[in-house]
Design a binder for this molecule. Structure first.
Ligand code: SF4
Length: 607
C-alpha cells in the first residue's frame, strides 16, 4: 500500500495561532483528506431509517447495560410517556462471543458485550418465530453515544457493523449523545424529548442510582437473609408505578379554575408554553405522587432490620463506566462475589459521571477564557470590551454552576428523603485537585481523572479498606489510569488497590486475585474494629447487650455518625454505642412512622 506523505510545515507547530486560524486549517485538512479518500462527492447518504412519529405505537424501544434498578425505573418512564419498551437481558459470555464474531477486531470489552448482547436478543426474537424484517421494523435500540476520544465514539458504527454481519441490516440504533444531552435523540421524531420525558428520566436516573447504592449498603448487614432483595424489589415496583402512572401536569387542567380559564384562552402562546413547562418541572420534582412514592419506599425499607456489628471490609469500586456498573459476566459478577466473600461494596452512581461532565465543561470554559472571549487582545484602556468579556465568562460559569447545583440538590433531596443511607455526591473540584498531581484533569477519554481522583479521595478520607478498579480488557483510558495508579499507590502506602482486567474469560483468575487483596482488607477492617473497641474500654459482649436492649439501634435508618479515620460500619457503630453507654451522646431518634410495630412498642432511647 503506498505511503502518503502529509506535508505539515514544522513552523506551524512553533508559531502561535488564533483560534480562527486553527479552525480554518483544520477545515482545510479535513477537506483534503476527504477528497483523498473520495468522500467529497455526492450527497451524504444516511444509513439510518428514520424512527418517525407514525412508528411510535408499532415499535418497541430496546435498551440495557445498566443495573436492574436503573433499567426498571427508566423503562417505567418510557412506558409512562406512551412508548413500548423492553429491557435487554444482562450481557453474558455468549453475548461477548457473538460481539467478537460479528464485530471488528481489537475492540474494547464493553463493545463486544453490549453489541453482542443486542445481536443475541434479536436472534432470540427470531428463534421465537419473528421474521428478520418484522424484528427490524418493530424494534429500535436506544443507547448512549459519544464522539470519543476513546472507542465509545465508535459504538454506533460497531452496532451497525455487527447488526449488518448478523443479518439485521437496517436495524435502527438511536443515540443519546452524552455531550449534547437532550439535543441528541438522533433527531428522530419517533422519540420526543418533552419536558415530562426529560424530567421523568432525570428522576429515574437519580432513583436508580440511590436505590442501587442503598441495596449494597444494607444487604451485608441484613438480619434476615434475603429480606433486602425482596424489599428492594417491592420498593422499585412502587417507584415504577409512580413513574409510569403519574398524570402529567397540564396548566389548563391542574391550576385553579379561575387561572385555568385564562390559560385555556391563551393555550399555545409562547408565554403559556413556558409557564406550563416550568410548572411541569416543579410538579415532577415536588409533586405529591413523587413525595408519596418516596415515603412509601421509606416505609417499606424500614422493615429491614440490620446488625451493624458485623466486621466487613468496605470495598470501593472504581473503573470504567460500564465495567463498574454491569451486574453480570461483564465484570465477572464481581459485586455478588465480593458480598459472598464477606465484603461490603461501595458502588458508584451514574450521577458522578453527570457531575463530572458538568464540571469538565465548566473547568474547560475557564481554561479557554481568553480563547473564547468575544474581544481578543484587549488593551488596558478598552474598558467596555473588558466588561463584555468578563460578563460573557461569568454568564457561562454561572450557567454551569446552576446546573451543578440543581443536579446535586435534587440528588441529595432523594438521598435524605430515603433516610440518608446513600452518600452525597463528591465535590468534583476537590476530586480534580486530588487527581491533578498524578493525572491531568483535562486528559479526556473513559473516566478521565476520575479513577485516580476517587482512589486518592477514598483512601485519604479513610472511607474504604480497599479500592478495586474494574478495567475492561482493551480499554485505552483505563490502561492509562492504571499506569498512573502505581505512582498513586506508591505515594499512599496504606492503600490497598487492585486493578482487575475484565474480559469474556478468566473469571477464576480474577476472583482469586480479588480474594488475595480482600484477605488484606479483612485484616485491616478487623484491626480497625479491634482498635475502636479497645479505645472504648468496653467488652464486645457489653456492646451487644446494649444493642439488644435498644431496638432502635437495629433500625436501618438509625444514623450512626462517621468518625474520621474509621471506614468500617462496625467500628463506627461500636464507638457510637460506647458514647451512648457513657451518656456522652443523646441517641438519635428514628421517626416513629419508620419503626416496626414491634420496635415502636419498645421503650424509646433514654427513657
Ligand atoms: S472507556 Fe475504555 S472500555 Fe469504555 S468505551 Fe472507552 S475504550 Fe472502551
Amino acid at each position: 500500500m503506498p505511503v502518503t506523505r502529509i506535508d505539515f510545515p514544522i513552523e506551524s507547530l512553533t508559531q502561535p495561532h488564533s483560534e480562527e486560524e486553527i479552525q480554518r486549517k483544520l477545515a482545510q485538512e479535513r477537506a483534503r483528506l476527504a477528497s483523498m479518500m473520495g468522500l467529497d462527492s455526492g450527497p451524504v447518504r444516511h444509513f439510518k431509517r428514520p424512527f418517525g412519529a407514525e412508528d411510535r405505537n408499532k415499535v418497541t424501544i430496546l435498551f440495557g447495560g445498566l443495573t436492574w434498578k436503573h433499567e426498571r425505573v427508566i423503562q417505567a418512564v418510557f412506558q409512562g410517556c406512551g412508548y413500548n419498551c423492553e429491557i435487554l437481558p444482562v450481557p453474558n459470555v455468549s453475548a461477548f462471543q457473538l460481539g467478537k464474531e460479528y464485530g471488528n477486531n481489537g475492540q474494547c470489552n464493553p463493545t463486544y458485550f453490549t453489541v453482542g448482547n443486542l445481536v443475541q436478543y434479536l436472534q432470540y426474537l427470531e428463534g421465537e418465530g419473528m421474521s428478520k424484517q418484522e424484528i427490524i421494523d418493530r424494534h429500535v435500540f436506544f443507547t448512549a453515544g459519544s464522539c470519543g476520544p476513546c472507542r465509545f465514539g465508535m459504538y454506533e458504527s460497531e452496532y451497525r457493523l455487527a447488526l449488518q454481519n448478523a443479518g439485521f441490516d437496517g436495524f435502527r440504533v438511536l443515540l443519546f449523545q452524552q455531550n449534547d444531552g437532550v439535543k441528541a435523540a438522533s433527531g428522530e421524531a419517533g422519540l420526543k424529548f418533552t419536558v415530562d420525558f426529560g424530567m421523568g428520566m432525570f428522576n429515574a436516573l437519580n432513583l436508580g442510582d440511590i436505590m442501587n447504592e442503598m441495596i449494597f449498603r444494607v444487604r451485608p448487614y441484613e438480619v434476615e437473609k434475603g429480606k433486602t432483595d425482596t424489599v428492594f424489589k417491592e420498593s422499585v415496583d412502587t417507584l415504577c408505578t409512580m413513574l409510569r402512572d403519574r398524570k402529567p401536569f397540564e396548566d389548563h387542567d391542574d391550576l385553579p379554575e379561575w387561572m385555568a380559564k385564562k390559560i385555556r384562552a391563551n393555550k399555545g402562546k409562547k408565554w403559556e408554553v413556558w409557564v406550563n413547562s416550568l410548572l411541569k418541572v416543579r410538579e415532577q420534582l415536588y409533586g405529591e405522587p413523587y413525595k408519596d412514592a418516596l415515603n412509601a419506599v421509606r416505609e417499606q425499607l424500614a422493615t429491614i432490620e440490620v446488625d451493624r456489628l458485623r466486621v466487613k471490609p468496605v470495598v470501593k469500586i472504581i473503573g470504567e463506566f460500564w465495567a463498574q456498573t454491569t451486574e453480570g459476566d461483564g465484570n465477572f459478577h464481581m459485586f455478588e462475589f465480593l458480598e459472598r466473600e464477606g465484603a461490603a461494596v461501595l458502588v458508584e452512581p451514574i450521577a458522578t459521571w453527570v457531575m463530572y461532565m458538568m464540571y469538565q465543561a465548566k473547568a474547560r470554559a475557564a481554561a479557554r477564557r481568553a480563547l473564547d472571549a468575544p474581544h481578543k487582545k484587549v488593551q488596558w484602556w478598552e474598558l467596555h470590551k473588558m466588561a463584555v468579556n468578563e460578563l460573557k465568562f461569568r454568564q457561562k460559569q454561572w450557567l454551569f454552576g446552576v446546573g451543578e447545583h440543581f443536579y446535586a440538590r435534587q440528588y441529595h433531596r432523594i438521598v435524605d428523603r430515603l433516610g440518608g443511607i446513600a452518600h452525597h455526591l463528591i465535590d468534583q473540584k476537590e476530586m480534580a485537585e486530588m487527581a491533578n498531581p498524578f493525572y491531568n484533569e483535562f486528559a479526556r477519554g473513559g473516566e478521565g481523572h476520575l479513577e485516580v481522583g476517587k482512589n486518592v479521595y477514598y483512601t485519604k478520607n479513610h472511607l474504604c479498606h480497599m479500592v478495586l478498579a474494574l478495567k475492561p480488557f482493551g480499554c485505552m483510558p483505563s490502561s492509562q489510569s492504571d499506569g498512573v495508579q502505581s505512582a498513586v499507590a506508591n505515594h499512599f502506602r496504606e492503600m490497598i488497590f487492585l486493578p482487575i482486567e475484565t474480559s469474556g474469560e478468566g473469571e477464576i483468575n480474577a476472583h482469586s486475585r480479588v480474594q488475595m487483596a480482600l484477605g488484606e482488607a479483612k485484616v485491616k477492617a478487623r484491626m480497625e474494629f479491634d482498635q475502636a473497641l479497645k479505645s472504648t474500654g468496653k467488652r464486645l459482649e457489653d456492646i451487644k447487650d446494649y444493642v439488644a436492649e435498644h431496638p432502635e439501634l437495629r433500625n436501618l435508618f438509625y444514623p450512626v455518625p462517621h468518625v474520621h479515620g474509621y471506614a468500617g460500619v462496625a467500628a463506627n457503630f461500636v464507638l457510637h454505642v460506647s458514647d451512648l453507654m457513657n451518656g456522652k451522646k443523646k441517641p438519635a431518634r428514628v421517626p416513629q412512622e419508620l419503626l416496626q410495630p414491634r420496635m415502636a412498642a419498645a421503650p424509646a432511647f433514654g427513657d
